[in-house]
Design a protein around this ligand. Structure first.
Ligand code: SF4
Length: 457
């Protein structure tokens, strides 16, 4: 049984979103009232497209194109800020992702930070998370990040072996990764995360462990281990690479055992956190979140929205062009309005796949029903050894709880963690599955019709 069906980092997937009419941010901005929300900023530029990437990102763009994007971002910030003022919105988390945010020059970074500071209010304790890549990590840029108060810097290393980096179509070498990491560590950010990939063509359990062993020398606070997925539109799909899921499973088992033996706890199939890490696990994406730029999504209660999903260079460039020419960023034209049943599914998916798991009492209090009765699959998974009941203290809700016993959770077992990408997709509703399939059918045909596009990806 192939356990690698789909990574459920959010629900529903963007491919289930459709055009919306008559939606305006002003009618939904109350979802961002007061403190405790997330702000996401998407920078869609990269040096080159990695072979496995199906994210919204473009390559070959010069400084002028970035400046135009920042001009648009500034207009969007201004329009959003006007609406947020009435709600006294205070963000507790800022995430800058991409793309490669440090693709920007130092001056462009300064401009981006200045516009965020001018237009939005942040909690003093706010988290500030940013992604980077070895080739774009310079002392000057890290200095700017430090001055801007970044709390978590995440670097995509993927492997310390040049052969594997080249199989992935990454632009950096093992040597440049080491140099960038030494530099990054010297700035002493509160949290450093490193991303790695397993299931790479030619990779073995031994070579993965060598990479992880070397990673530990840099004392990262967190490690994300991603299985290699090859999806529609990614360069490796065009190259005809077929992932070896059996090999990947063996690598996952060895790697998760190795990290746990070396002082990490496992929070999800992908996330490993140092057991002595002071930072609590951030439940990014569970609350309301507003997105800036053209590739991220906003979550305002039942309403989820973004710009249309795009993968190829051509589609992403068209999306950016539409974004920079947009006059009114408050108009919401693409997304989904979730039913109560879909909200329940989202709650179950987002909690169950991340430790400590699904808080059963919280579910009952929130929805007035029992999670296991609502989702009989959960009972079946308990019988099959994928999930089990555990008790944990819930730090967000301690009133009335017996602290010695904690609250009941349904949590993934070791076997459940390994099969997260097999279990999660089974919780997708039939309606959402149909919508996703509709998108895949249509875009699958488009990709087949433009064979040769791989060179442009
Ligand atoms: S995976 Fe590669 S191409 Fe995709 S966003 Fe990250 S750096 Fe850019």
């Amino acid at each position: 049984m192939n356990p690698y069906v789909q990574y459920m980092y959010s629900y529903p997937h963007k491919t289930a979103y459709r055009p919306l009419t008559g939606f305006d941010l002003k009618d939904h901005v109350h979802g961002l009232k007061g403190p405790g929300h997330g702000l996401y900023l998407h920078i869609p530029f990269c040096q080159a497209k990695c072979g496995y990437c199906n994210l919204f990102s473009v390559t070959g763009q010069g400084s002028k194109a970035v400046d135009r994007y920042l001009d648009a971002l500034e207009r969007q910030c201004g329009q959003y800020a006007e609406l947020l003022d009435s709600q006294k919105t205070e963000f507790s988390e800022l995430v800058i992702g991409g793309g490669t945010p440090l693709y920007l020059t130092e001056d462009q970074m300064e401009r981006m930070f200045a516009m965020l500071k001018e237009h939005f209010h942040f909690n003093e304790e706010r988290e500030f998370v940013i992604e980077t890549a070895p080739n774009q990590t310079t002392a000057e840029k890290l200095k700017r990040l430090k001055q801007a108060g970044a709390t978590r810097v995440s670097m995509g290393i993927q492997s310390f072996l040049d052969k594997e980096l080249s199989a992935l179509g990454r632009q950096h070498s093992a040597k440049s990764a080491r140099e960038a990491l030494n530099l990054l560590k010297s700035y002493q950010f509160p949290c450093v995360n490193l991303d790695f990939i397993y299931g790479i063509p030619g990779q073995t359990e031994g070579s993965l462990l060598r990479t992880l062993q070397e990673a530990l020398d840099y004392e990262p606070d967190e490690i994300f281990l991603y299985p290699l997925y090859i999806k529609h539109g990614a360069g490796l799909e065009w190259a005809g690479v077929v992932p070896d899921w059996k090999g990947a499973m063996g690598q996952y088992e060895r790697a998760s055992f190795f990290l746990k033996e070396n002082g990490f706890r496992q929070d999800s199939m992908r996330r490993f956190v140092r057991t002595d890490a002071k930072r609590a696990f951030s439940e990014c994406g569970f609350g309301s979140s507003l997105s800036l730029g053209c590739g991220g999504r906003s979550y305002l209660g039942r309403l989820h929205f973004c710009r249309p999903y795009a993968v190829t260079q051509k589609e992403c460039l068209a999306g950016i062009e539409e974004y920079v020419n947009c006059k009114d960023y408050r108009e919401i034209s693409h997304g989904i309005l979730l039913s109560e049943e879909e909200i329940k599914r989202r709650f179950v998916i987002r909690h169950l796949l991340i430790r400590p798991g699904l808080p059963l009492e919280q579910y009952q209090m929130h929805f007035g029903s029992d999670a296991i009765e609502d989702f009989p699959l959960l009972k079946k998974w308990a019988e099959e050894g994928y999930v089990k009941r555990e008790r944990h203290l819930n730090q967000q809700k301690s009133r009335g709880i017996d602290k010695n016993n904690g609250e009941p959770y349904l949590a993934l077992t070791e076997k459940g963690l390994a099969f997260s990408d097999y279990l999660g997709p089974q919780l997708i509703s039939p309606q959402i599955q149909r919508a996703m399939k509709g998108w895949e059918d249509e875009h699958g045909r488009i990709y087949a019709a433009v064979s040769g596009e791989s060179e442009k990806l």
